[in-house]
Design a protein around this ligand. Structure first.
Ligand code: SF4
Ligand code: SF4
Length: 180
């Protein structure tokens, strides 16, 4: 497994076209999602998210009323106060509410730790959406493209799945580390 964040970013960026080709290969061969999700679960267990926290830095976290009520209970304040203090409307997605964030990341992030971890929103629990829910590797294309260089779980799970399925990158998709 590659755990160094800079190396994950370098390789994940370099393999963007290869990963697109891999997803197309999975779709055309009708490869089921379940083996990938099992593999990703195992890699998630081996990954130290506290050493990373990239999703808490670079995500816009959409919250539902149930998330807000759970956070309110956790903090001992009202749902209205949580909404006022910790959320904003998503300017790019009318009707959606997101957690406040800054250049340092999510409003609840403190030195790579989530201050409301046990009550964090469902979107945070499910991230990177490879081990939970109904999403498949193929159905989250834009998310996969964006997050593979940022999320070691996603990067390593994808690389392992290439190996497991016998995928061989075409010559023109092979990254040249010297040119990254
Ligand atoms: S980006 Fe991925 S590896 Fe990093 S903290 Fe989030 S889920 Fe864990
Ligand atoms: S609520 Fe917690 S887990 Fe979710 S993005 Fe913020 S700091 Fe990370």
């Amino acid at each position: 497994m590659v755990t160094d964040l800079a190396e994950v970013f370098r390789l994940g960026t370099a393999k963007a076209r290869e990963n697109l080709d891999f997803r197309r290969h999975l779709a055309s061969a009708h490869v089921p999602d379940a083996p990938f999700q099992i593999l990703a679960s195992e890699i998630a267990r081996q990954t130290d998210c506290i050493a990373c926290a990239n999703c808490c830095r670079y995500s816009l976290v959409a919250v539902q009323p149930a998330d807000i009520h759970r956070i309110a209970t956790h903090l001992g304040i009202t749902a209205e106060e949580v909404t006022r203090l910790y959320t904003v409307p998503d300017s790019e997605d009318p009707g959606t509410t997101i957690l406040r964030n800054s250049a340092d990341g999510c409003v609840f992030l403190d030195h790579n730790l989530c201050m409301i971890y046990d009550s964090r929103p469902k979107a945070c629990r499910d991230f990177p959406h490879v081990t939970a829910g109904t999403h498949s590797l193929g159905s989250r294309r834009s998310s996969h493209d964006r997050w593979t260089p940022l999320c070691p779980i996603l990067y390593n799970a994808t690389e392992s799945y290439k190996h497991l399925t016998g995928y061989h990158p075409r010559e023109n998709h092979t990254p040249n580390p010297d040119r990254v």
